[in-house]
Write a protein that binds this ligand. Structure first.
Ligand code: PLP
Length: 427
């Protein structure tokens, strides 16, 4: 197929994420992705600032991951996980149990972040059902969150400013405290937590779990909030027995400067979800980890089994790549790299703050955000970035970069300078 035919068929027949079929945004055909570069069909090369939606932490086609995939493909590409186990799944689970906060020790594999969160919520509901507490059907969360696109995960996304507001009539109704500002590391303000505590106390007997993205709210607004907030949430959960679910899909594996964002607050959740960078962005895989208390609570119930079992659960190819990605991360100087990226993002994005088109500039780990005063024109922005030789995909009022950890300073500068110019003239 010629590139023009590919584009034509794509435009007429294929849905892209969050995209109209009548007036679609521009779509760029990519032929090859290698290191931190995307190679377009027309020969242009773009420095990637998105890590494929925050997943490709080692860059693309890393030889170690390619090799792990090829070796596993020669042995066993997939087998059902019901009644069968295999080395890649066990080796990956043992790595996850070792590297995540201590009490998390039971692992459920699934194939996407949304399903991992769905499973976490199901675990929480089943835990309480097993105890005979049938009233606990509510989840408590905060505004500004994003947890996925399936129905229960949509029900804990921001109901007003999030992507799924239109479904509110058909979604389960849960409890929302205000956005947990202030910004990361800033002076703590009790008032931000009071509303959360009041809501929890007023509904204590109905709440199964609190669900939060630790310290960084991603697709709901790219906001950073104080770890102290998370510490206090943990304290309230300890006091009341309500479970704490940490959604580390976006933040896990070093993105915020610690291996998991919960570490900023020094807390461990009862249930934790990981995905995205779990396989270095190469394969689709996610996992939900739980404490023995949660897992055994579920198993002591009337039904005793956790009622979930995807066809591609613990896919060996994905598990083998995830093991290789974790080993690669752990043997690399990723902390130094992420810290250097944070410093450069702070320095090079800071000048945007002077523009009257810009509301805020912030950076944490390998995340740099410029929030504009008005929503940006996505199509125009996308064209601008491609012309500048970078891949950045803004949304709403957010122009942000989450580059691979292996991005060299010169390439990062290309990205930050393009973002600076875009934010000053947001089209
Ligand atoms: N949770 C968080 C915090 C996310 O950022 C995302 C995706 O961006 C998800 C869940 C959903 O993951 P997936 O897109 O793999 O279903």
């Amino acid at each position: 197929m010629q590139t023009k035919d590919i584009l034509e068929f794509d435009r007429t027949h294929i849905w892209h994420p969050y995209t109209s079929m009548i007036d679609p945004l521009p779509v760029y055909p990519v032929e090859r992705a290698e290191g931190v570069r995307l190679h377009l069909a027309d020969g242009r090369v773009l420095v990637d600032g998105m890590s494929s939606w925050w997943a490709a932490i080692h860059g693309y086609s890393h030889p170690v991951l390619v090799d792990a995939l090829a070796r596993q493909a020669q042995t066993m590409s997939h087998v059902m996980f019901g009644g069968i186990t295999h080395r890649p799944a066990v080796e990956l689970a043992s790595r996850l149990v070792r590297m995540t906060p201590a009490p998390l020790e039971r692992v459920f594999f699934s194939d996407s972040g949304s399903v991992a969160v769905e499973v976490a919520i199901k675990m929480a509901f089943q835990y309480w059902l097993s105890k005979g507490e049938r009233r606990r059907t509510k989840l408590l969360t905060v505004r500004g969150g994003y947890h996925g696109d399936t129905f229960e995960t949509m029900s804990v996304c921001d109901p007003e400013n999030g992507m799924h507001g239109m479904f509110s009539g058909v979604l389960p109704q849960h409890l929302f405290a205000p956005v947990p500002s202030p910004a990361f590391g800033d002076a703590w303000n009790d008032a931000h937590f009071e509303a959360f505590e009041t809501l929890l106390r007023a509904n204590e007997g109905d709440i199964a779990a609190v669900i939060l993205e630790p310290v960084v709210q991603g697709a709901g607004g790219m906001r950073f909030y104080s770890p102290e907030y998370l510490r206090r949430v943990r304290g309230l959960c300890d006091e009341t027995g309500i479970l704490l679910i940490a959604d580390e899909i976006a933040t896990g594996f070093g993105r915020t400067g610690t291996l998991f964002a919960c570490e900023h607050a020094g807390i461990a959740p009862d249930i934790m979800c990981v995905g995205k960078a779990l396989t270095g962005g190469m394969m689709t895989l996610a996992a939900t980890l739980a404490t023995a208390e949660v897992a055994e609570g579920i198993s002591r119930g009337e039904l005793s089994v956790l009622m979930h079992g995807p066809t591609f659960m613990a896919n060996p190819l994905a598990c083998a790549v995830a093991c290789a990605s974790i080993d690669l991360l752990e043997s690399s100087p990723w902390r130094e790299r992420v810290s250097a990226i944070e410093t450069q993002l702070r320095e090079e994005l800071a000048p945007c703050a002077d523009a009257d088109t810009v509301a805020d500039v912030r950076a944490l780990g390998a995340i740099g955000v410029v929030e504009t005063v008005r929503p940006v024109n996505m199509a125009a922005m996308q064209r601008f970035f491609v012309e500048r030789g970078v891949w950045v995909r803004p949304f709403g009022r957010l122009v942000y970069i989450m580059p691979p950890f292996v991005t060299e300073p010169d390439d990062l500068s290309l990205l930050t300078h393009a973002v600076r110019d875009a934010a000053r003239d947001p089209r």
